[in-house]
Design a protein around this ligand. Structure first.
Ligand code: 2BA
Ligand code: 2BA
Length: 109
């Protein structure tokens, strides 16, 4: 068994949760925050049998799309040179980031 930690964008979460549920995957949903953008995202914990892992990855890929966000880098006061005044930069986000971890034991008491 594997534990998949999937970090997905909030906008993709309802569709992905629906697909996972329809396909019989069990999921726990956590509200999370990206360390770089400091914006909300969603972390899904999915305990899955090894043979179903490829199917899970396909569903995540189908439901999560890449978007770009404009971010204004913060330049400390007094360090702004001519033409360097915090031009927004485009940052790609997603589709999704997945960590796949070996599960030593799955216990339900
Ligand atoms: P954030 O940390 O808010 O990052 C959002 C996007 O900003 C990232 O998209 C990446 O394209 C960019 N980014 C992140 N850190 C950067 C940096 N130091 N310099 C330049 N650009 C940077 P994704 O890679 O698709 O990641 C989406 C979210 O997945 C991240 O949100 C974070 O919550 C999580 N994540 C990604 N990689 C991770 C990792 N190695 N460990 C834990 N969480 C991770
Ligand atoms: P929920 O997903 O809200 O599920 C509540 C209960 O509904 C489950 O209890 C189970 O009896 C039933 N259930 C869930 N998915 C089902 C499905 N596809 N078909 C039929 N019945 C289903 P528990 O098994 O005691 O799980 C309690 C909570 O633990 C779950 O809440 C979920 O948050 C988490 N969980 C359980 N197994 C998981 C796994 N493999 N991966 C991630 N989270 C899991």
């Amino acid at each position: 068994m594997k534990l998949v930690l999937a970090i997905v964008q909030d906008a993709d979460t309802p569709g992905l949760m629906r697909s996972l549920s329809e396909q019989g995957f069990e999921v726990t949903k956590l509200a999370s925050t990206g360390g770089f953008l400091r914006e909300g995202n969603t972390t899904l914990m999915i305990g899955v049998q090894d043979e179903r892992l490829p199917h899970l990855k396909t569903l995540v890929a189908q439901n999560c799309r890449s978007r770009s966000r404009l971010v204004t880098p913060s330049v400390p006061m007094g360090e702004q040179g001519e033409g360097l005044v915090s031009d927004p930069v485009e940052v790609p986000v997603g589709g999704a980031v997945m960590f796949v971890v070996e599960v030593a034991e799955f216990v339900r008491v």
